[in-house]
Write a protein that binds this ligand. Structure first.
Ligand SMILES: NC(=O)C1=CN([C@@H]2O[C@H](COP(=O)(O)OP(=O)(O)OC[C@H]3O[C@@H](n4cnc5c(N)ncnc54)[C@H](OP(=O)(O)O)[C@@H]3O)[C@@H](O)[C@H]2O)[C@@H](O)CC1
Ligand SMILES: [K+]
Length: 485
């Protein structure tokens, strides 16, 4: 059993891949072995996580996810706990593995009840796993709601019930606005699934653990991956500022110079050799506390040798500069208003596609609404399958895409999407996206290929937020300064 952290490197398997692995493994093992291993793993994690729990409620669904819960109940009962099981199954329609576990739970003396206990110290959600086919309703929906509204911790078996394991979309929202900060943990079985790590998956699952049930996952094709912590890059003693490249920040229209300056500060602190601030607001002044930044008229910059970070605070004025940026920049990071301008202009879309055909490294850093505009769809469709949306965008424009949000997805043509696990909701504030664009720019200027630059910058950006002291407000300017306080 392994805990997944922001540093974990792992393949992610969708439901189809997981089913293939499950069938292959089951064919080589005695009947019911996988479910017995699954139930034992659930019981072990429950005992380790809530060793003092006296009242354990296990809510079991009609399929094999419920079977895992029944098996866990038998294991807990044998270890001196007294779980109460509420089971939504029908004895005539129960699949064979779950039926065997039902009999084992009954034989072990597990208590069954029609409705949840009055109170509980730990709830185990074994209602639905990867076989969820529709939104929970009736008793299942009520049990989920009371489980997640309660103060007691919730352990989800395989996936939180109601969550689409492939996409992280909740088929219904069984999780009401939190009255309590309910502790959540999820034990993913056999494989890790993409939906646990993006969209609503992270909130629904909480801390994720994996038990591979002793099976080898090499027989199926992963759908995505967790890229984990990037490698440390040593700086050669003999290197110089030219070794780390030039970054040109192009944006900062009147009233929005701050966004461009945040990106510039972030590029500088992330290690760019030189950073030029090409501000659209000709009257804006540089921050005197950051004398390393060089102020330039954007039209005067020779972008052919530079990494252009374009769009932060760009406003409508950025449109006029985009044809030159897209045609000439050696590397480009395209953010915010530049993305919106491209979405609205067919000629700019052609220029962006042409960059892709010329294999000129480009990273797009949309949030879901910006991604929806570029894909000519709406935010709900993007959020319904974030890895797929990011991949579509990457393929459409021949660019690396950083689809921001909970579980940022990084996609590139010809690669599997990866999901980043560093970062937290403290990044949900103005300017943090500008800081990220600058960090991606610095990583590209240092010579990293665009997908690696994007993955590394996204990870570091999130990691800075994870490291930030809980009692200090995290501002975008502190983030841009690399976490310097
Ligand atoms: N086999 C093994 O050895 C192993 C299995 N493992 C475990 O099995 C899980 C997959 O099991 P599964 O395929 O039986 O699917 P599962 O998630 O239990 O749901 C299907 C059942 O729920 C029903 N149902 C669906 N939606 C519903 C809704 N909204 N509301 C109400 N009912 C709904 C659906 O009914 P139907 O749609 O057919 O009407 C069907 O009866 C996997 O996640 C893992 O935990 C692992 O331990 C590895 C070893
Ligand atoms: K579940």
């Amino acid at each position: 059993m392994q805990r997944v952290t922001s540093s974990t490197v792992a393949d992610l398997f969708d439901v189809a891949g997981t089913r293939m692995l499950e069938q292959a493994a089951a064919a080589t093992l005695p009947p019911h072995t996988l479910m017995q291993r699954a139930g034992l793993a659930v019981a072990r994690l429950a005992m380790a996580w809530a060793p003092h729990a006296r009242a354990v409620w296990i809510a079991c669904g009609p399929g094999n996810n419920g079977g895992d819960g029944l098996e866990a109940a038998a294991q807990l009962q044998q270890r001196g706990f007294a779980p109460v099981v509420t089971w939504l199954g029908d004895a005539d329609r129960t699949p064979p593995d779950a039926r065997a576990s039902l009999e084992r739970a009954r034989a072990a003396g597990v208590a069954f009840a029609e409705s949840p206990p009055a109170t509980w110290d730990l709830a185990i959600d074994a209602l639905l796993g990867i076989g969820a086919s529709r939104a929970p309703d009736g008793a299942m929906a009520r049990w989920l709601a009371s489980m997640h509204a309660g103060a007691a911790p919730v352990l989800s078996v395989d996936v939180p019930s109601g969550l689409d394991a492939d996409t992280g979309r909740l088929t219904a929202d069984p999780m009401p606005p939190r009255a309590h900060a309910t502790a959540r943990i999820c034990l993913s079985l056999l494989t890790l699934k993409p939906g646990l790590f993006t969209a609503q998956g992270r909130d629904a699952a909480g801390e994720v653990w994996l038990d591979d049930l002793g099976c080898d996952a090499s027989g199926a094709k992963p759908a995505a991956r967790l890229a984990g912590a990037p490698p440390l890059h040593a700086r050669l003693h003999s290197s110089h500022k030219g070794s780390y490249g030039d970054v040109a920040i192009i944006g900062g229209a009147p009233g929005m110079a701050g966004a461009a300056l945040l990106a510039a500060s972030a590029a500088l602190h992330a290690g760019a050799g030189r950073v030029f601030a090409g501000l659209l607001d000709g009257r804006a002044a540089l921050d005197a506390s950051q004398p390393e930044l060089m102020l330039r008229d954007p039209a005067s910059l020779d972008l052919s040798q530079m990494t252009a970070v374009v769009g932060c605070g760009g406003g409508a004025a950025i449109c006029a500069l985009l044809p030159r940026v897209l045609s000439t920049a050696r590397h480009a990071v395209i953010d915010a208003d530049a993305l919106n301008a491209i979405a609205q202009d067919a000629a700019l879309k052609l220029l962006l596609e042409a960059r892709g055909r010329r294999a000129q490294p480009t990273v797009l850093t949309p949030h879901p609404l910006e991604a929806a505009r570029l894909l000519d769809t709406d935010t709900a469709e993007v959020q319904a399958d974030r890895p797929h949306a990011a991949q579509r965008l990457a393929d459409r424009f021949g660019s690396t895409v950083v689809l921001k949000g909970s579980g940022t997805v990084i996609a590139a043509p010809g690669e599997r999407p990866s999901i980043n696990l560093s970062g937290n909701a403290r990044l949900a504030s103005a300017g943090t996206g500008d800081a990220l664009a600058g960090m991606v720019g610095a990583a590209m200027a240092s010579g990293l290929p665009a997908p690696a630059a994007a993955r590394e910058a996204v990870w570091h950006h999130g990691h800075l937020a994870d490291q930030w002291p809980a009692d200090l407000p995290l501002t975008a300017s502190a983030l841009a300064r690399g976490g310097a306080r």
